[in-house]
Design a protein around this ligand. Sequence first.
Ligand SMILES: [Zn+2]
Length: 81
Amino acid sequence: MPYYVYENWMAPPGGKAIIHFGDCGHCNDGEGKPPGAGEENGRWWGPYLTLADAQATAEATGRRLRRLCSFCARRLERGTR
Ligand SMILES: [Zn+2]
């Protein structure tokens, strides 16, 4: 299961970079939601084979908020991925 990073430069102020698993409903393997949404607000990075690679990419964007998607984080805690 690959990882993806969604970088949003519109909101919040300073932007954000959120890490998702490829099969997250918010990710759809980097297609976003809805699929084919434009790039006015942000863009996808990836896929990455390891969480470390995705985290490095999130750091590299320099966006103020950088974290794992809350839905994906919950799955990680439950061990369902
Ligand atoms: Zn997610």
